[in-house]
Design a protein around this ligand. Structure first.
Ligand code: NAP
Length: 298
């Protein structure tokens, strides 16, 4: 038999035993793998299989293709910080809500399902404090066909620790709730949030809000390796401006929301920043909407 695998089989014991041993035991005659394993102790599986008398063909893809298919995996080998992707549903005129202070369904039901399936692939889903108040989201995975192995943690950046404990986020028990607040936020507020079932992390303040580097480091310390930032525009823009987002999922509606709306990308952005972003795949049509996945070129 021939085994086709996306990544060079590992030859080390991590959470699970070595893949190379399993393939030898299974008696496969040939292994075809897409990309080489970048990991130190995990790498070299191809040579180990070869030494065991199995015919090995690979890597058949350049690393860049493997990285596009599975960016989180490669990111994990390069930095301790979580992989960050930004997802926004944007109108034809570049807006994410029709009126400030009001939730707007920008895209249709097919896109909504796709958004929930996207959530399921991340360790955490994050929003800014304005979105947490205005949309009052649960941030759980409730639609689509993907059931997450572990429900994503739900994160809010709320400097003053002032989110109401009646928020929908606290009513759901599915997925940890993690809040980032400014250092020196009112102790009584922190305790109130903790009583509501939240993990609270005080972090320093930087220009434009909480220090996102500190937010990512604190996330990493609690075991979070990937974060989907679902807005709003100001938080998403901060991640983009600071070069901390690796992917952008743009759910583009064909409809206009009008001049009173909330901007998807309020910026400011460093000169030339948008030039780094290129489509990773062909755009996909879902109902009336078009989903384009962008990646930041290294
Ligand atoms: N269509 C979509 O995809 C979509 C998605 C989400 C939201 N929305 C809409 O977007 C609107 C809210 O978006 P928004 O841009 O006004 O606000 P936002 O991005 O949701 O929240 C911004 C707030 O987050 C906090 N924050 C903490 N650190 C930050 C940092 N480093 N950078 C940026 N923000 C930081 C700040 O509040 P504190 O000072 O309180 O910490 C800041 O005012 C709502 O109308 C909502 O309905 C649309």
């Amino acid at each position: 038999a021939t085994a086709y695998v996306s990544l060079e089989p590992c030859r080390h014991r991590g959470k699970t035993p070595a893949c190379t041993d399993a393939l030898v035991r299974a008696g496969v005659e040939r292994v075809v793998y897409a990309v080489a394993d970048p990991g130190g102790s995990a790498g070299g599986g191809g040579a180990a299989l070869d030494a065991a008398g199995i015919r090995v063909d690979g890597p058949v893809w350049p690393v860049a293709v493997g990285r596009r298919e599975n960016p989180m995996f490669f990111h994990k080998h390069e930095t301790e910080r979580p992989f960050v992707a930004v997802k926004l549903a944007v109108s034809l005129d570049g807006l994410i809500a029709a009126v400030p202070g009001q939730q707007t369904a920008v895209t249709g039901p097919e896109a909504l399902r796709a958004a929930h399936e996207l959530r399921a692939g991340f360790d955490a889903v994050m929003v800014g404090s304005v979105t947490a108040r205005v949309d009052n989201p649960r941030l759980t995975v409730r639609a689509g066909s993907v059931i997450p192995r572990v429900p994503p943690a739900r994160m809010v950046l709320d400097s003053e620790a002032s989110l109401a404990e009646t928020s929908a986020l606290f009513r759901e028990r599915e997925g940890r709730v993690i809040m980032f607040v400014r250092e020196n936020a009112q102790q009584a507020e922190l305790e109130r949030l903790e009583r509501a079932g939240t993990e609270v992390h005080p972090v320093p303040v930087a220009q434009g809000g909480l220090d996102l580097g500190a937010v990512l480091d604190a996330s990493s310390e609690t075991g979070i390796r990937s974060i989907l930032c679902e807005g709003g525009g100001r938080l998403a823009s901060s991640f983009l401006a600071e070069g901390m987002a690796c992917r952008l999922y743009l759910f583009q509606s064909p409809y206009v929301l009008g001049s009173a709306g909330v901007s998807a990308f309020p910026g400011p952005f460093p000169e030339g920043m948008w030039g780094q972003w290129v489509p990773a795949f062909d755009p996909e049509r879902l109902g009336d909407d078009v989903i384009t996945v962008y990646e930041r070129e290294a």
